[in-house]
Design a binder for this molecule. Sequence first.
Ligand SMILES: C[S@@+](CC[C@H](N)C(=O)[O-])C[C@H]1O[C@@H](n2cnc3c(N)ncnc32)[C@H](O)[C@@H]1O
Length: 239
Amino acid sequence: MKKLIQKIRDKIRKKRHLRLRQEYEAHYGDARVAEEILREFRRLYFYTHETTWRNTWWLGHRVLKCPLDLWIYQEILFAVQPDVIIETGTYEGGSALFFAHLLDLLGKGRVLTIDIVQKDLFPQHPRIDYLHGSSVDPEMVARVRAAVRPGDAVLVVLDSNHERDHVLAELNIYSELVTPGSYLIVEDTVLTEMAPHLEAGPKEAVEAFLPGHPHFKVDDSREKYLLSFNTRGYLQRVG
Ligand SMILES: C[S@@+](CC[C@H](N)C(=O)[O-])C[C@H]1O[C@@H](n2cnc3c(N)ncnc32)[C@H](O)[C@@H]1O
């Protein structure tokens, strides 16, 4: 008797699940509906509570990233096991510290983080080198190149000046350092959607960069959590 009741319960549960799934597909099956919801959610997220994206912290240090993207970073870092992470745009050092702590867990790797502004509040960590200057200054580029050792697995994060031409210049420079299988991550590709005063930003830079660089492909599996500020910005070097 008990078994029969359990069987009936399971059947009802399965039916309910199927119905919910069908409702979901009817509602979100059209990719445009899903994209519209995500766009609205990004705006809500971006503007809520005095801009939540500015009010996000890693162990007391501000990080200008969405936590769902930070989790993706964790998954990428584990997959790539980088020896060097090059970050353009340090801001308050929170993202560099986040990377350094993940590297601690992986037991290897260094972070080179570049910014035109140096701040006293930068968190100190043995894996982080703070580099002062512009990411596209030839002297800075030479410094970064010299810091990468032969055989190092290199991952690059572009998160400095978000104007299209600057990001495109960074893409052309730093893509050369990314090792096969690793990533070139372009942050804030959704920015033109949030900040209409910015005519062309990271998204447009990626669009200009990709056709001439077939060994980079957009890894949209890195957008699996749906909410991302780096849509079509997770570029993997495939060759
Ligand atoms: C979006 S913030 C970086 C956020 C940080 N990566 C985080 O996730 O918390 C952009 C930073 O880029 C810096 N920046 C602007 N132009 C730059 C340039 N040409 N070279 C390097 N850094 C630059 C700014 O000073 C600012 O600190």
